[in-house]
Design a protein around this ligand. Structure first.
Ligand SMILES: [Zn+2]
Ligand SMILES: [Zn+2]
Length: 271
């Protein structure tokens, strides 16, 4: 695989910036719901967390997922190589398998209390929009990277599949957190191929049964396969309350609060 570092960075940064700008414009002109807190108190924290996440990965992790995939290819590591799976099959299966790994990781992060404390910061946003899609605690980001690296090395996922997966996941996360609505007919078709905003909003409901549903970020099949799919929030698109029973004060939207949420308790915290 010949992919220069310059081209890889251009694909990542260009892709992210384009999807972010497109979704931000779409939700500005045609919002699905009226935001409770709005952008002003939320965006500095959500985008600040993104900057901290990028810095933490750069400073603390001496390699990248693509870098590990290249080493694994050189060394002949991974199930796909042991089984002699052809490159193109490994590429497609690799992207799908990484998506399944992220789905399973997401389910585990909801059900293991110490991991939920990290992940609930993503859920504590009291509105969802494009910036919620990048709002993850840095420790969760580092753990996710370690899990992804272990999975791709064990399977022998080609480096190009890792890049495709990372760019796709980044784009779909911004897309499905956006405060936009596909027309109902298009949403019904699209949610067989990709997790749509109307599908993922159910996952951000304050109702626990709804929080523990629609775990997919990218491919919507896993939720249907494992019985965690919910078509719509019980309270309806306009009645759904976004967020958690805790951390509902607007002060909790500040970056210092976001960073410390996993380490703070509240009577109504469920973990
Ligand atoms: Zn979640
Ligand atoms: Zn989410």
């Amino acid at each position: 695989m010949a992919l220069s570092p310059g081209l890889e960075i251009a694909i990542r940064v260009g892709g992210s910036a384009t999807v972010f700008a497109a979704m931000a414009l779409w939700e500005w002109f045609a919002p699905r719901r009226r935001l409770i807190a709005g952008r002003t108190p939320r965006w500095p924290g959500n985008l600040g967390i993104l900057a901290i996440d990028i810095a933490a990965v750069r400073l603390l992790v001496p390699t990248t997922a693509v870098g590990v995939a290249l080493v694994a290819a050189e060394q002949g590591w991974g199930l796909f190589r042991v089984l002699g799976v052809p490159f193109w099959a490994a590429l497609v299966a690799g992207v799908i398998a990484l998506d399944l790994a992220i789905y399973l990781q997401h389910v585990v992060f909801h059900h293991v209390p110490v991991l939920w404390r990290l992940h609930r910061m993503h859920h504590a946003d009291i509105d969802i929009d494009v910036t919620t899609g990048v709002r993850f605690h840095p420790i969760e980001i580092l753990l996710s990277l370690a899990i992804k690296i272990a999975a791709l090395a064990a399977l022998g996922v080609p480096a190009i599949a890792v890049l495709i997966f990372e760019v796709l996941l980044n784009a779909t996360s911004m897309f499905n957190h956006s405060n936009v609505a596909l027309p109902p007919w298009l949403d019904a078709i699209a949610r067989w191929i990709v997790v749509t905003p109307q599908m993922h909003q159910v996952h951000h409901s304050i109702e626990r049964e709804e929080t523990d549903s629609n775990f997919g970020f990218n491919l919507p099949w896993w939720d249907r396969l494992f019985g965690t799919y919910r078509a719509a929030p019980r309270a309806g698109e306009q009645g759904i309350v976004i967020g958690l029973p805790i951390f509902r004060d607007v002060a909790e939207l500040r970056i210092t609060r976001l960073l410390t949420q996993p380490f703070r308790d509240d009577d109504s915290a469920r973990a």
